[in-house]
Design a protein around this ligand. Structure first.
Ligand code: F6P
Length: 555
């Protein structure tokens, strides 16, 4: 298997980086968005792009033509195109785990001939057909519960990528749920989700889908065992084979759990957890939205993949978004980026993007083992649109932090009244304008005077009402949130994250940073419930453990 040659140089040592630094200091640090618009009457058309169903307005960003030129030069000097080609051809670009990175193969057509020489890739389409059959049999009532009832209550049990993808996408595509089908999820270790669910679900109609790449994850296996006990208590041991399906790369563990061989679906080590919604991990999603919609979802992502692989850099949406993100992160010093969808169905999208960005790029060591020299790993946060306005927009408008924003805006509502979506649109556009234009103190004085206040008295309240403006945002607009559009949107961000990782020289596809905590939790687990002493740790952990022991036995 050929290996991509890494650029041995730190991005910070590259000519493009130095020029960007100069350009930031000399041209852009004090530049205002208003000024950029005033100087260029065609700014909107020059800085907005369209591909597939997505219209992306980059014009409200603090970038000039020169900024883009230099950022594209940075992409060339960090060899983003080579890295992209290496990913698509199945090179083992996840070098620390010696794995290919081929979530793109999960949504490819066989005729794309994408990395067919990588073991597992030729099995993608057969697995999809098996999933299709299963989905059709469940929805058509040919696969039923142990007592013959239709399986309409689909409960995804997983965590991280094995939960966030199914949860986010099923929520986003709720409008596409087949009549009678319902989606539920269980992820957290504390068990409350399952308790709440089992209080209201009928076990005879319930199908648990256990999603776990490893099938060893503590949270998932604990919840799966609890679910198994609930099912067997109500319906007997035989019911496990009827009420559990699974998606995993660990076939032995699925066997050991008692998953019916016809109800289990595999995937491959080259699918990262946070990139797995396109694999059998999407089973619970497919069970509620149906296979046609699931295939449309894959096709949408494929469309973005081909665009990312083939489009000219100047037109390449994931590339441009990744570069603009690096610009803010490394030159403006923005630590965070907010993602604000104006569609409540996307309310888990920021959480999904959090894992995608932060588990992928939250790293301080480069692929070659040397420490990075620049800040990496944008902190992603957000919330559905107008809820967020009534919560944290205050900080976005008047706070002292610099927070670039991505607005996500469907024009048509999915099944609700257009009048309400029109209000959501008005709110979204108003916010991006307010962030950019602000509200000058002088204007605030005039407005207060017009309301009868003395000009001198108006100064302090005017200062408090002033919005500094010049706060950048990107708007991603599309007609309607369909499965294909959601596929495009997720793939857009996946490749954006990839671009950032390549520029920073880090491996976006491992996640060793989550291992230490897991290991410690395992060694602590015994000491919480029994009186055995905890050998490791420190005084704080030991005293907290004492306190826990004392309180947990209180009546
Ligand atoms: O938290 C780390 C992680 O490995 C994620 O990358 C992954 O999505 C999640 O745990 C779940 O892992 P699994 O699918 O193996 O249960």
């Amino acid at each position: 298997m050929p290996e991509r040659k890494l650029s041995a140089r730190y991005p910070t040592d590259l000519a493009a980086w130095r020029k960007l630094r100069e350009h930031f200091r000399e041209d852009m640090r004090k530049r205002t968005l208003r000024d950029l618009f005033m100087r260029d009457s065609s700014r909107f058309s020059r800085f907005s792009r369209q591909f597939g169903s997505l219209h992306i307005d980059l014009s409200k960003n603090l970038v000039s033509a020169k900024t883009l030129k230099l950022l594209l030069r940075l992409a060339r000097e960090t060899r983003v195109a080579d890295a992209t080609a290496a990913m698509f051809s199945g090179d083992r670009i996840n070098r620390s785990e010696n794995r290919s990175v081929l979530h793109v193969a999960l949504r490819a057509e066989m005729s794309d001939q994408l990395a067919l020489d990588v073991p597992g890739v030729p099995d993608v389409w057969g697995t999809l057909t098996a999933i299709e059959q299963f989905v059709s049999d469940v929805q058509g009532g040919r696969i039923v519960g142990i007592n013959g009832q239709r399986l309409t209550e689909i409960v995804n049990i997983g965590i991280g990528g094995s939960d966030l993808g199914p949860v986010m996408a099923s929520n986003a595509l709720r409008h596409y749920w087949k009549p009678g089908m319902n989606f539920h999820s269980v992820s957290n270790i504390d068990g409350t989700q399952l308790v709440d669910l089992t209080e209201r679900l009928n076990p005879e109609e319930t199908l648990f889908v256990i999603c776990s790449k490893t099938f060893t994850t503590l949270e998932t296996m604990t919840n799966a065992e609890q679910a198994k006990q609930w099912i067997t208590r109500q319906l007997g041991d035989e019911a496990v084979a009827h009420h559990f399906a699974a998606a995993s790369t660990n076939h032995e563990a699925m066997d050991a759990f008692g998953i019916n061989p016809a109800y289990r679906f595999g995937f491959w080590d080259w699918v990262g957890g946070r990139y797995s919604i396109w694999s059998a991990v999407g089973l619970s999603l497919a069970l509620v939205i149906g296979m046609q919609a699931f295939r449309d979802f894959l096709a949408g992502a494929r469309r973005m993949d081909l665009h990312f692989r083939d489009a000219r850099p100047e037109e390449n949406l994931p590339l441009l978004m990744g570069l603009v993100s690096v610009w803010y992160n490394n030159f403006f010093g923005a630590a965070t980026q907010a993602v604000l969808p104006y569609d409540n169905r996307l309310d888990r999208f920021p959480a999904y993007l959090q894992q995608l960005h932060m588990e992928s790029n939250g790293k301080g060591v480069r692929e070659d083992g040397r420490p990075v020299k620049a800040k990496t790993g944008t902190i992603i946060w957000g919330e559905a649109g107008s809820n967020a306005q009534h919560s944290f927009y205050q900080l976005l408008h008047q706070g002292t932090r610099f927070v670039p924003v991505d607005f996500i805006l469907p024009v048509k509502s999915s099944g609700c009244s257009q009048e309400q979506q029109d209000l959501a649109i008005a709110n979204c556009l108003a916010q991006s304008e307010a962030l950019m234009d602000g509200y000058a103190a002088k204007q605030a004085v005039l407005d207060l005077v017009a309301r009868g206040m003395d000009e001198r008295d108006a100064k302090t309240p005017a200062a408090q009402r002033m919005h500094p403006g010049n706060r950048p945002s990107t708007t991603i607009l599309f007609e309607r949130l369909t499965p294909a559009v959601l596929g495009q949107l997720i793939a857009l961000y996946e490749h954006k994250v990839f671009v950032e990782g390549v520029i920073w020289g880090i491996n976006s596809f491992d996640q060793f940073g989550v291992e230490l905590g897991k290991k410690l939790a395992t060694s602590l687990a015994g000491s919480v419930s029994t009186a055995t002493g905890y050998e490791g740790g420190n005084d704080s952990t030991r005293y907290l453990l004492e306190l826990v022991r004392m309180l947990r036995t209180n009546n």
